[in-house]
Design a protein around this ligand. Structure first.
Ligand code: SAH
Length: 230
């Protein structure tokens, strides 16, 4: 990327790493290979991860870690999910272009960007005001336009925009919130890590108004899904 020097100095106070170099691209491809080795098969998901500059989503101190398969701290004591977890959840959503998707836990916006890259119309809810503000400004700056970013409590879902083709929860839920199940289309999918200290990744597929298929897909660790806004 070419920068006018003045502009770069100006932006460098806020977004110092908006440079996507060949080195970054190379590290990203290595990350994609690691994810493939760990069992991610969906080529569209792998392409999205190969394309999105994850280092843009992380604070300066962690820049060297952006392409390791690890979760990292972001603002407000939260984390950007591990790339494998993002890929695993994205694969389970079975995203098709123009799918209407609700995300609970916008956080850094990285998972949001992956869903947008997959062609989805994304609605995303975040309960931490600081993160909501930061990510609402940041995502459009790097070209990722969500349908709506909402400051609110994800436990309630987003009834005014329901039903959704799928819903993804990116924080550990102590139980499955009923509104999320009821806001799915028929054949819609809810991907949610359920549990307190350790979560079981759970996929629900809505088969009828009151009929849900449930699949449990292994253990993960997330920051907790908290009730109410701060
Ligand atoms: N998808 C994010 C993951 C962030 S971690 C990323 O890729 O960076 C989980 C996020 O869920 C945190 O930002 C946390 O503040 C948010 N969260 C926790 N409880 C919530 C709730 N009830 N409603 C909405 N967001 C919530």
């Amino acid at each position: 990327m070419q920068f006018d020097i003045g502009w770069f100095i100006f932006t460098s106070t806020k977004l110092p790493f908006l440079k996507d170099t060949f080195k970054h691209k190379g590290m990203r491809q290595q990350l994609v290979t690691i994810l493939q080795k760990k069992g991610i098969k969906d080529q569209k998901v792998l392409n999205a991860i190969g394309k999105i500059p994850r280092h843009f989503f992380m604070d300066s101190g962690f820049i060297d870690h952006a392409y390791q398969d690890k979760a990292f701290p972001i603002a407000a004591n939260q984390t950007i999910s591990q790339p494998y977890t993002v890929a695993f959840q994205s694969e389970l959503l079975d995203v098709k272009p123009n799918h209407k998707i609700l995300e609970i836990g916008t956080g850094s916006g990285y998972q949001t960007a992956v869903l947008i890259e997959l062609g989805a119309k994304v609605y995303s809810i975040e309960r931490q005001k600081e993160l909501f503000k930061k990510t609402s400004k940041f995502l459009p700056k790097i070209g990722y336009i969500a349908k709506k970013l909402i400051f609110g409590d994800g436990y309630k879902g987003l009834p005014e925009e329901a039903p959704f083709d799928s819903i993804i929860v990116t924080a550990g839920a102590p139980f499955v919130p009923k509104p999320l199940l009821s806001q799915l289309k028929i054949d819609g999918r809810l991907v949610i890590p359920v549990g307190d200290d350790i979560q079981i990744m759970t996929l629900f597929i809505r088969k009828g108004p009151k009929d849900f298929e449930k699949h449990e897909l292994g253990e993960f660790r997330f920051v907790p899904l908290l009730e109410d806004k701060n």
